[in-house]
Design a protein around this ligand. Structure first.
Ligand code: ADP
Ligand code: MG
Ligand code: MG
Length: 877
C-alpha cells in the first residue's frame, strides 16, 4: 500500500502542481484559491492515470475509494447528492494533461442524469425543457466518448426531429421534442450495445474516468504527442466538477475569451459566447457565436465581472489568458484558464509588451515564445504588388496568419498523400476534427466553411503556425464529388487557390509570396535572445545565396559547406564524371584541373557573403556513383556525350556499385584512395581565402573539415595530404594566413576514440545524421518504412533523425566532447546535423558545452531562441 494521494479537491491544489494535476486541474485549483467563482470539484491525478495503465487498465481500489470520498465532500459543499431525485448533483468529467492537447481528449457533461434525476432537475429548476436538453446531451456524449458509438448516429436523430418539425436550431425544440429524442437516444444505445443506458451515476462516473484515462492512448493523442514532443508516460489527469448550466434560458450562456488578441497580440479582450448553450456549442460551430463585447448589452453585470476577473488572471499569471466561462441564470463561473495559444506574431508582441508593462523580465519573456513557432513568421507573405492585382473570390475569418498557395484537396488522407508526393496542398473542409490532424500538418493552408475563430481548425492551425481561413460561408463544398463552388466558379481537386490567413481572403490561382524580415517586435525579441545566449549559431549553406539569407537571419558563421552540391551543377558535372571514369592519375588530374577554378569561385562567393565570419568547408563526401547515371539509356547517352564506349562507361558504373553505399566508399575514404581530389579542394579553399583577403581585407581563417573519420591514422593521412598543399601555397604567396583542419564525428568509433582523434583534429563537428544512422544501425532513407510500427508499438516516441536521441547518440556526443577536451582543451565543438535546428537538441548541445550549432538558414532564428532559452533554464559560464 502506498501513501500516495491520488485525488485532490480543487481547494487542495495550486498552479505549481501542473505535473500532478494536469494544466486544467492545477489552474482550476489556483482560481478556486484566488476566490474566483469556479464550480466545486476535484482532480484525479496523472499518477492515477499512470497507475491505471500499470495495473492493466484498471482503476484500483485505492483510487476508487479516494474518488468516492472526494465526491462526498463535493456533495456536502454543494448540498446536492449524486443520484438524488430531489436535489441531484450533476458533474462534468474533463481530461487535462500537463500541457494542453486541444481536442485530443473528450469532455463529458451532465453526468449523473438518469430517468429519475432528470425529473428532479426538471422540478427543481421548474424547467422541463432544460432538464431533457441536458439529458439528451449527456446520453450522446457518454455514448460517443465512453462507449464509442458514432456521434453521427445521434446527430441524425436530432436532425430528423428538427426536420420533421421544420426548425433549424436546437433551441427551437421544446420539452416534448427533447423527451422524444431522449427515448430515441436510449433505444439507439440499446440497439448498439445490447444493454440499457446505465442508470447508476457512480457507474457512469467510473466508466467516464476510465474513458478519459484510456483516451490518453488513442491514436489521435499519440500522433499529437509525437508532433509536439510530449512523452507518452506523463498520463492525463481527470477533473470532476459540478455542472454550471449555460442552457437554462436567456440569462444563461457559455463562452471563451482571450485577454489579448491571439492572432495579433493586441491588448484587447477577444472572445465569443452563445446565449442559452452548453459546453462545446461555441467551438463546434453549431450556431454562430456573438462577439464578447455584445455581452455588455445582454448581461452588463456579468460583463463587468468577467472583465475584472480576466484582468486579475492576466496579472496573476503574467501572461495572456485563454478562459472558458459559463453563466447560469445571471451567475458567472470560470471553468478554465490557461496561457493562451497564439500565433508567432502575437507571441512576439505579447512577450515584448509584457516586458514593457513591467510584468516580465527579459529572461522570462524569452521563455514565452516556442522556438518552433517562429517558423511561421519566417515564412513568406504575399507580395503586396501581386496582392493588389489579385481579386479575392471569397473571404472568411483570418483564423491563422500567413500566406499559402497550393492545390485543393478535400480529405486529410489526400492532403497527406499529395504532400508526400511533393505538392503544396490546401486542405478544404466543411470543418475539421481531431481525426484530420495529420492532413492539417501536411497542408500549406486550411480552408473551412464552418466554425469561428475558436473552432478546431483555427486553434490547431494557429498552434502549428499554418495559415488558416475559417468559417468561409461564401463557398459551398461538396465533399462527395470533391469540388467546391464560389459563385459561378467550380473548383476541382488539384486546382490552385491562394489563402491569406491574415485577412481571411481566398484567391483564385497562385499568388507570389515574399521572404520575411526580422524587424519590429521580432527584431527586439531576437536581440534579447542574442544578449542572453552563450551557444553560437551557424548555418549549413552551400551557396552564396543561402549564406546571405542565413546572415540576415543572424547566422554567425557556416558550420557546414558541402562541396558536392556544387559538383552537380550543369557546367561542372561533365568534368566531375570525367574525373570519376579516369583510367589514370594523369587523366584524373586533368579533369580536376578543370574543376579547380570553378570550385575556387564557389568559395570566393561564400567567403564574400560571410565576410569575416568563420566558414567550415567539408571535403567531398558522397560515394562517386551518385554522380553517374544508373539507367541503361542514360548511360548510353552519357557515353556518347563523353566520347567513350558504352561498355567502358557501363564498366565504370558497375565497378562503383555498392551493397551499402551509406557505409561504402565515401567520406575521407575517397581522399585516401584519390588524394588528388582532396589536394584540388584544399587548393581551392586556400586560394579563394587569399584572394578575398587581398581584395576585401577580410581576415579569413579557413576551416577544412574531413568527413567520416573513424581512425586517427586515416585522419592523419588526409590531413598531411592537404596540409602539404596548403602550406606550399601560403609560403609561395608569402602571406600570413592561419587555418584549421578538423573532422566530423559521425562514426561511433571516432566518438569512442575522440581523445586520439583530437591529437590531429583542431575542431570536431558532430555530424549527427550519420552518427544517428550508424549508432542505431538503420538508414535514414529506409527507416520511414518501419518507424511507424515503432511509434505504434511505443518503442520509439519520436524520429531520432529529427530530435537527437539523447540517451544513445547524445551520450556519444557528450563523451566525445569530453575526450576531445582532455587532449586539446581549446578544441572547438559544434554540431552540423539536422538536429542543429531542433529546439530540444539545441538545448542538449548547450548543456553539454558545445561552442555552436549549425542548421539550415530558415532555422537559424529558431536555434538562436532555443539557445537563449537553454541559457535561461541552465546558465553556463
Ligand atoms: P477542452 O479541454 O476540450 O476544452 P473542457 O474540459 O474544457 O474540454 O470542456 C469543454 C467545455 O465543456 C468547457 O469549455 C465548458 O464550456 C464545458 N464544461 C466543462 N465542465 C463544465 C461544467 N462543470 N459546467 C459547465 N460546463 C462545463
Ligand atoms: Mg474538447
Ligand atoms: Mg476547455
Amino acid at each position: 500500500m502506498s501513501n500516495k494521494k491520488y485525488v485532490y479537491l480543487f481547494q487542495e491544489g495550486n498552479a505549481s502542481m501542473r505535473n500532478l494535476l494536469g494544466g486544467k486541474g492545477a489552474n482550476l485549483a489556483e482560481m478556486t484559491n484566488l476566490g474566483i467563482p469556479v464550480p466545486e470539484g476535484f482532480t484525479v491525478t496523472t499518477e492515477a492515470c499512470v497507475k491505471y495503465y500499470s495495473d492493466g487498465k484498471k482503476i484500483g481500489e485505492e483510487i476508487s475509494r479516494e474518488i468516492v470520498q472526494a465526491l462526498r465532500v463535493v456533495e456536502q459543499t454543494t448540498e446536492k447528492k449524486f443520484g438524488s431525485k430531489e436535489n441531484p448533483l450533476l458533474v462534468s468529467v474533463r481530461s487535462g494533461a500537463r500541457v494542453s492537447m486541444p481536442g485530443m481528449m473528450d469532455t463529458i457533461l451532465n453526468l449523473g442524469l438518469n430517468d429519475d434525476t432528470v425529473e428532479g432537475v426538471a422540478k427543481l429548476t421548474n424547467n422541463i425543457r432544460f432538464a431533457y436538453d441536458s439529458y439528451r446531451r449527456f446520453i450522446q456524449m457518454f455514448s460517443d466518448v465512453v462507449m464509442g458509438i458514432e456521434k453521427r448516429k445521434f446527430e441524425n436523430i436530432l436532425d430528423q426531429v428538427k426536420e420533421e418539425k421544420g426548425v433549424k436550431f436546437d433551441t427551437e425544440l421544446d420539452a416534448n421534442d427533447l423527451k422524444g429524442i431522449v427515448n430515441k437516444f436510449k433505444e439507439l444505445y440499446k440497439k448498439e450495445l445490447g444493454k440499457d443506458f446505465p442508470q447508476n451515476p457512480e457507474e457512469q462516473l467510473f466508466e467516464a474516468v476510465t474513458a478519459v484515462f484510456s483516451s490518453w492512448d488513442n491514436p489521435r493523442a499519440i500522433v499529437y504527442r509525437r508532433l509536439n514532443d510530449i512523452p507518452g508516460d506523463w498520463g492525463t489527469a481527470v477533473n470532476v466538477q459540478r455542472m454550471a448550466f449555460g442552457n437554462m434560458g436567456n440569462t444563461s450562456g457559455t463562452g471563451v475569451a482571450f485577454t489579448r488578441d491571439p492572432a495579433t497580440g493586441e491588448k484587447t479582450i477577444f472572445g465569443e459566447y452563445l446565449i442559452n448553450a452548453q459546453g462545446e456549442d461555441v467551438v463546434a460551430g453549431v450556431r454562430t457565436p456573438q462577439p464578447l463585447k455584445k455581452l455588455q448589452q445582454d448581461l452588463p453585470e456579468c460583463y463587468e465581472k468577467f472583465m475584472g476577473i480576466a484582468q486579475k488572471l492576466e496579472n496573476h499569471y503574467r501572461d495572456m489568458q485563454d478562459m472558458e466561462f459559463t453563466i447560469e441564470q445571471g451567475k458567472l463561473y470560470f471553468l478554465q484558464t490557461r496561457n493562451g495559444k497564439r500565433t508567432a506574431e502575437a507571441a512576439l508582441k505579447i512577450a515584448v509588451d509584457l516586458v514593457k508593462e513591467g510584468l516580465l523580465t527579459k529572461d522570462e519573456a524569452i521563455l514565452k515564445v516556442e522556438p518552433k513557432q517562429l517558423d511561421s513568421v519566417l515564412h513568406p507573405t504575399f507580395d503586396t504588388q501581386e496582392l493588389k492585382k489579385a481579386k479575392a473570390i471569397a473571404s472568411g475569418l483570418p483564423a491563422s496568419p500567413g500566406a499559402a498557395c497550393g492545390k485543393v484537396y478535400f480529405t486529410a488522407e489526400e492532403a497527406k498523400v499529395h504532400h508526400q508526393a511533393g505538392e503544396d496542398v490546401i486542405l478544404v473542409r466543411l470543418e475539421t476534427s481531431p481525426e484530420d490532424i495529420e492532413g492539417m500538418v501536411a497542408s500549406e493552408g486550411i480552408l473551412t466553411v464552418r466554425g469561428g475563430m475558436t473552432s478546431h481548425a483555427a486553434v490547431v492551425a494557429r498552434g502549428m503556425g499554418t495559415c488558416c481561413v475559417a468559417g468561409c460561408g461564401d463557398i459551398s463544398v461538396d465533399e462527395q464529388s470533391k469540388t467546391f463552388q464560389i459563385g459561378e466558379k467550380k473548383f476541382n481537386e488539384g486546382d490552385y487557390i491562394s489563402l491569406d490567413g491574415s485577412t481571411g481572403n481566398v484567391y483564385d490561382g497562385r499568388i507570389k509570396a515574399v521572404e520575411p524580415e526580422i524587424s519590429g517586435h521580432f527584431g527586439t525579441f531576437m536581440a534579447w535572445a542574442d544578449e542572453i545566449r552563450k551557444l553560437k549559431v551557424r548555418t549549413n549553406a552551400d551557396t552564396p545565396k543561402d549564406a546571405k539569407q542565413a546572415v540576415k537571419f543572424g547566422a554567425q558563421g557556416i558550420g557546414l559547406c558541402r562541396t558536392e552540391h556544387m559538383f552537380f551543377e550543369e557546367d561542372r558535372i561533365p568534368a566531375v564524371r570525367e574525373m570519376i571514369v579516369a583510367k589514370s592519375l594523369e587523366q584524373r588530374e586533368n579533369a580536376l584541373a578543370k574543376l579547380l577554378p570553378m570550385q575556387r569561385e564557389d568559395f570566393i562567393g561564400i567567403y564574400e557573403a560571410m565576410e569575416e565570419r568563420p566558414v567550415t568547408i567539408r571535403l567531398l563526401d558522397p560515394p562517386l556513383h551518385e554522380f553517374l547515371p544508373s539507367e541503361e539509356e542514360d548511360i548510353e547517352d552519357l557515353a556518347k556525350e563523353m566520347g567513350i564506349s558504352y561498355e567502358e562507361l557501363k564498366a565504370s558504373v558497375d565497378s562503383l556499385h555498392e551493397f551499402n553505399p551509406m557505409m561504402g566508399h565515401r567520406g575521407c575514404r575517397l581522399a585516401v584512395s584519390y588524394p588528388e581530389i582532396a589536394r584540388m579542394q584544399a587548393r581551392a579553399i586556400i586560394e579563394a581565402a587569399i584572394d578575398v583577403r587581398r581584395r576585401k581585407g577580410y581576415n579569413i581563417m579557413p576551416e577544412i573539415m574531413i568527413p567520416l573519420v573513424g581512425e586517427i591514422k586515416e585522419l592523419k593521412f588526409v590531413k598531411d595530404t592537404i596540409k602539404e598543399v596548403v602550406d606550399q601555397i601560403i609560403e609561395k604567396e608569402n602571406i600570413n594566413m592561419e587555418y584549421k583542419i578538423g573532422t566530423m564525428i559521425e562514426i561511433p568509433r571516432a566518438a569512442i576514440t575522440a581523445d586520439e582523434i583530437a591529437k590531429e583534429a583542431e575542431f570536431f563537428s558532430f555530424g549527427t545524421n550519420d552518427l544517428t544512422q550508424m549508432t542505431f544501425g538503420f538508414s535514414r532513407d529506409d527507416a520511414a518504412k518501419f518507424l511507424n510500427y515503432y511509434y505504434d508499438n511505443k518503442i520509439y516516441e519520436f524520429d531520432p533523425f529529427q530530435k537527437l536521441d539523447q540517451n544513445g547518440v547524445g551520450k556519444l556526443v557528450k563523451m566525445a566532447s569530453e575526450l576531445g577536451k582532455q587532449t586539446r582543451p581549446d578544441i572547438k565543438l559544434g554540431i552540423c546535423g539536422e538536429h542543429g535546428g531542433d529546439p530540444s537538441s539545441v538545448e542538449f548541445c548547450h548543456n553539454v558545452g558545445l561552442n555552436y550549432v549549425s542548421c539550415s538558414p530558415y532555422r537559424v532564428p529558431i536555434a538562436r531562441l532555443a539557445a537563449a532559452q537553454a541559457q535561461v533554464k541552465n546558465p553556463r559560464q
